[in-house]
Design a protein around this ligand. Structure first.
Ligand code: ADP
Length: 192
């Protein structure tokens, strides 16, 4: 049974600072197309990483909404930063499709880099105005959908800045039938 048991991806929802996640291989930066520092997540990541992060990232810009690029992590305690550009809510359409694309591209890049773990912030829910509950549903659904196809990524952590947002994400995960910190099994294709 253990030989044929499918690999699992663990999804976690925790309260915290995306710039202080030393036990994951990569952190996702909620970036703008120019990959410059800013408020919120990008500010925290660039402050902690130091100016080398922007120097490495700048030639990769501009990044299209829904796309992502990967760099080193510089002063951060991780191996990589994955920079993704979320949709500005109410402007970039379709919002859900673009947010899902962010999550998909980040997971693809992490998997291609053979990373085992990646931490996401709540992309687009700050300055970009995406309602948290909707963003949680879209982001978690995308990770659960892609999990069976990942070869290296085994742990996906959502790092939420407020306890309120952590609860929203945890509830959304529970609604999908997988408790917080529990494993999101490979979905049986028959069960849809
Ligand atoms: P966006 O421009 O994509 O909306 P923001 O960085 O403005 O990105 O915000 C995204 C989410 O991250 C918001 O919910 C915000 O509260 C949260 N956030 C802000 N700072 C941090 C941090 N240091 N670690 C994790 N989450 C953060």
């Amino acid at each position: 049974m253990s030989m044929s048991a499918p690999p699992r991806v663990v999804i976690e929802c925790v309260r915290g600072d995306i710039a202080v996640q030393p036990d994951v291989d990569a952190v996702v930066c909620a970036a703008n197309p120019h990959l410059t520092t800013g408020a919120g997540v990008a500010g925290a990541i660039h402050r902690a990483a130091g100016p080398g992060l922007y120097r490495e990232a700048a030639p990769l810009a501009p990044v299209r909404t829904g796309d992502a690029v990967i760099t080193g992590a510089h002063g951060l305690p991780n191996r990589h930063v994955i920079h993704t550009v979320g949709p500005v809510y109410g402007r970039d359409e379709p919002a859900a499709g673009l947010l899902a694309s962010c999550c998909r591209r980040c997971l693809e890049l992490a998997d291609q880099a053979r990373l085992e773990s990646v931490a996401f912030p709540a992309i687009s829910t700050g300055v970009y105005g995406y309602p948290v509950a909707e963003a949680a549903r879209v982001s978690l659904a995308t990770v659960l959908e892609l999990a069976p196809g990942l070869h290296h990524v085994r742990r996906v952590r959502f790092v939420l800045w407020s306890e309120e947002d952590r609860k929203v994400f945890s509830r959304a995960l529970e609604e999908r039938g997988t408790g917080v910190g529990h494993e999101a099994a490979r979905r049986d294709p028959e069960s849809g």
